[in-house]
Ligand binder design. Structure first.
Ligand code: GLY
Length: 425
């Protein structure tokens, strides 16, 4: 069969890499992909937001399954368009993708179905929002309701900081339409983790848990990024917590949507926090995580395409999903300056040496080929994943592989998975 992966980051390379391993898959296309995706298949120059051109391509090339990486096309309704055109696509419809597309929708869903007790309020005028923040006090979380390229959420440590974010959203229009409504949430404390599931709207099959590192600097300092590394499983998520989150939080959300006429088919990603009072869901995403996919898929012991097809066809209950016991650690290698401004086009050396380390696979994110030379082409450049019998082994392998890679102004965090190694000791 032929599959098409939509997107161009490390997540999409990991999806293409895993799909290419399936005996049923003869061709993997990636649109637009990156230099790494060329190892798994063919890259096609179509923008992720051009749903109509992607559907034309899928139709013309007789693509059997399209798998969407990023949230933007899903929230924009790519699944609906493919459905109308009789094309199979893995990912939720526009209505279902609201779990990520609207923070208000997600919070109201969780409360309607008794899943969350997190306090929240919704505003479209700055004066009322600020009065609410002053009554509640800080720390407090202010979120632009819609998609804001990862910049819409502010964990405000002071009332003034919260007020500035309210102004950015509701007065200055920094986030455009996405910031015309703000959701203000109580600030919860605890370790974060993400639990993703495959679901066809009825059956819910969890993936292994993972934890990512959002800040740019060691010891969680500096600006927020798309994710600087991650590991799986998560020692803090024991069997009981895992079962509770899957059975009492994620499954009721899927069932609740179905009762309301929204069949959720695809990956549902719950960003969770483990508070002293128990786990809470901080946010939903309507897709695989990045870089979490780079530690989750290497631990999948089986055929990804079989799971995705069964999900799309509403027969996920027929598939057995197994996971490797090995630990996985992914270290993201970034361009110096990221998440601020950075340069592109820097030649990358040492990848072969890195990939020849035991248990290591290097996923490309911001890479391109220029005149046959591999060069940097984004903020997050590579995700170096290693599997190992222990966190210590996986971590050691990942960092040894990273040490073989070289490009000008290369940057990476030095403390990825250290917490997991210490917890496992
Ligand atoms: N790493 C966070 C995300 O994928 O949303």
């Amino acid at each position: 069969m032929k599959v098409l992966v939509v997107g161009s980051g490390g997540r999409e390379h990991a999806l293409a890499w895993k799909l290419a391993q399936s005996p049923a898959v003869e061709t993997v296309y990636c649109a637009p992909g990156n230099a790494g995706c060329r190892q798994a298949g063919k890259v096609v120059d179509i923008d992720v937001e051009d749903a109509s051109a992607l559907a034309d391509f899928a139709k013309a090339q007789h693509v059997d399954l399209t798998v969407v990486g990023p949230e933007l096309p899903l929230v924009g309704g790519i699944a609906d368009l493919f459905q109308q055109r009789g094309l199979a696509l893995y990912g939720p419809t526009r209505a279902a993708a609201q779990v990520e597309g609207s923070k208000r929708f997600a919070n109201e869903l969780l409360h309607r179905h008794g899943i969350s007790s997190k306090k929240f309020a919704v505003f479209d005028d700055a004066a009322s929002a600020k009065a609410y923040v002053r009554r509640q006090g800080a720390p407090i979380v202010v979120k632009a309701d819609g998609l804001a390229a990862g910049k819409g959420v502010k964990v405000a440590r002071t009332v003034e900081e919260a007020e500035r974010h309210i102004d950015a959203c509701l007065v200055e229009g920094v986030f455009g339409e996405a910031g015309e409504v703000v959701v203000i949430e109580e600030c919860l404390e605890g370790q974060e983790c993400s639990i993703k599931v495959f679901t066809d709207g009825e059956t819910v099959v969890p993936m292994v848990p993972s934890q990512d590192y959002k800040r740019i600097g060691d010891a969680d300092t500096g600006d927020n990024t798309g994710g600087m590394g991650c590991y799986s499983p998560v020692p803090a998520v024991d069997d009981e917590i895992f079962r509770h989150i899957v059975e009492n939080m994620i499954t009721p959300a899927v069932r609740g949507l179905a009762e309301e006429g929204i069949v959720y088919r695809g990956t549902l990603y719950a960003g969770c926090i483990l508070t002293a009072q128990g786990p809470e869901i901080l946010e939903f995403n309507c897709r695989f995580g990045d870089p979490e996919t780079q530690v989750v898929l290497p631990r999948l012991d089986g055929d990804l395409v079989e799971i995705l097809q069964a999900t799309v066809e509403g027969r996920l209950s027929e598939v057995e999903v197994r996971w490797l016991k090995e630990r996985a650690v992914c270290v993201v290698v970034a361009s110096g300056g990221y998440p601020g401004s950075y340069e592109k086009g820097k030649p990358i050396k040492g990848l072969q040496e890195a990939e020849s380390e035991a248990g290591v696979v290097v996923f490309h994110a911001g890479t391109a080929l220029r005149d046959g030379q591999l060069v940097t082409n984004g903020g997050r450049v590579l995700g170096v994943t290693a599997l190992g019998a222990s966190f210590a082994e996986a971590r050691e392998r990942a960092y040894r592989a990273v040490s073989k890679i070289e490009f000008e102004k290369m940057y990476y965090r030095k403390d990825i998975a250290l917490r997991a190694v210490q917890a496992a000791e």
